[in-house]
Design a protein around this ligand. Sequence first.
Ligand code: ADP
Ligand code: MG
Length: 688
Amino acid sequence: MEDLKKSIQYLKGIGPKKFQYLNKINIKNIEDVLYNFPREYEDRGTMTQIKNITVNEKTILKVKIAGPIQEKAVKRGLKIYKVPIKDDTGNMYAVFYNVPFLKNILHIGKSLVLYGKVQRSFDQLQIIHPEYTILDEKQEDVGMNKIRPMYSLTNGITQNDISKLSQQVLDTYKDSIKEFLPDDTRKLNRLCDIQFALSNIHFPLSIQDMKIAKFRLVFEELFLLQLGLWLIKIQMVKNNNGIRFIKKNEVDQFVKSLPFELTQAQKKVLEEIQSGMENNKPMNRLVQGDVGSGKTIIAIIALYQCVLNGYQGALMAPTEILAEQHYEAAYNLLEKLGIRVALLTGSIHKKKKEGLLDQLKSGEIDIIIGTHAVIQENVAFEKLGLVITDEQHRFGVRQRGVLASKGCNPDVVVMTATPIPRTLALILYGDLDISIIDELPPGRKKIKTYCVAKAQRERVYNFIKKEIELGRQVYIVAPLVENSEKIEALSATDIYIELKESYLNEYEIGLLHGKMKPHEKEEIMQKFKQGELQVLVATTVIEVGVNVPNASTMIIENSERFGLAQLHQLRGRVGRGEYQSYCILINYSKSAIAKERMKIMESTSDGFIIAEKDLELRGPGEFFGTSQHGLPELKIANLFKHMRILKQAQKEAKRIMDEDPMLILEKNRELKYKIIEKFGKMIEDICL
Ligand code: ADP
Ligand code: MG
């Protein structure tokens, strides 16, 4: 196994340049080469004879070089090299562009396999700039693999480079590749062995073999992921050093004193959190609840219970705006009960901050609410007992770990509005217990959602004038547009300028986008919150949790360019007050799928349905990149496409855990090492 950790720099054909390029795409050692799977395959079918060639089609030929290479300069910077070739049935040419070194390697009489498009030029057949393999004598009959792997490339690296590298590694290191899946697992799930899998994922002799290989590798990846996550969870469950937070009467009284009654769903989730707080195991819980479902109040109640037990609590938000919002909510409810709440963000003055840090350390502050600033090294607590992070998809597992490490086994709750289909939550959050708030507070007016075509833009802008006249405020959201993208999409800046000069020239308009400095963003957001701006033109920076109840309308330009889940998050910024709210999607696309997606937005406001439909129509997209959840990267498995294999892998992982929960049996030894290798870092992070 150790061999596979050797650097690729000792392989044939890897000079310093290529080494660097390959490093860039994370190919550093032998194992990386093996696990750098082809993106797709090109099935080249059977060899064609020259007399049977069809012009203008891709063709694979086995030929001999029939004469000297003819070199011709066509124009400045373009040289062509014509190579006469033949087989038993005819003669033709292979034409290459700008490859002077060919003269040194393509000698008369050599055998070649060529793959490329054939054209007729005057009366000559020519295969144009084909891929080529030179066959040495021994190989005469072997030919080029008909099914060619196609890898993801980077600058300076060709398909041929990677193919050769994979071939070399498979030839040289095959014996070092050791099976780590237990025999039972392979038998029960009909999985091929690891050597077959790795050989055939790169160089399959048939599509069938490739599929067998792929099945094993997808299964392997999902199985290891699930097993690893469960092992992490078990480690945590074994830990009995958590804090017991007793539920006090004051907590019930506090809940009763709220201006509203908790929904059934909130009550259920609060109970789950409380029972986690009461037992002696450190809690790690994910609270999932759609936009507006009322997660914040649950967090505040839990923090209160923590403080009543003599501990400090922390609530961490992904942006300053959100942190401030939470701070205001908590302060207003708790200060009068004698709880000392403080706000800690990056923009707080140095002097004041130092004071805050001292008070945190000495225990004078009970609840700290803030941004990333809360997890900086210089922040120390007297007695940290509960850590809550909001909108967790912005925080990695790592950061969660860092904060938790500031207390002695504190309880941890992460809250997210990202609607994750239930089937997936298990794997994405395998290390957490899950609570779901699946109900909105009563009396919410449904946000009226309309999708319109680009031609109706003017009418839309006339409509919002009326809303503004009624005293309401409006968000206008534009997609992120790279300057290089030559597409018909409006950037936030374009729209801002356009509106200022036309439809909305009599109103105060602000612009908010990701390239602005944090304090500039804060300033604009504050102005909007305070009603100094009537219209806010923004990119998706406003996606996360901002609360401006007076904003009643959201217009989304180029709505077809957003994921549905993202549109849903965006839409959740309106409908937060007493007013009827509107979301108007301006669709620039004529495609049927785009129209269907917008229809879904019009017809439902259930985040889970939207997420699932979106997956169906669009595939996973970047919305669910596993990297943002801090999980090991998936190289071949796709959590959505391979749902069936995922379930099978989960079942198998469960079977193993039931039989050997700590993986101590001899037959599971290699498997255990593999998991430690993959998850070591994360186990450290979480179990700090
Ligand atoms: P989110 O889950 O999106 O973070 P919030 O916690 O911001 O939602 O809650 C949205 C709004 O709903 C807040 O103004 C909050 O005070 C209010 N709210 C929360 N729970 C209830 C409830 N049970 N009844 C009525 N209003 C509620
Ligand atoms: Mg929230």
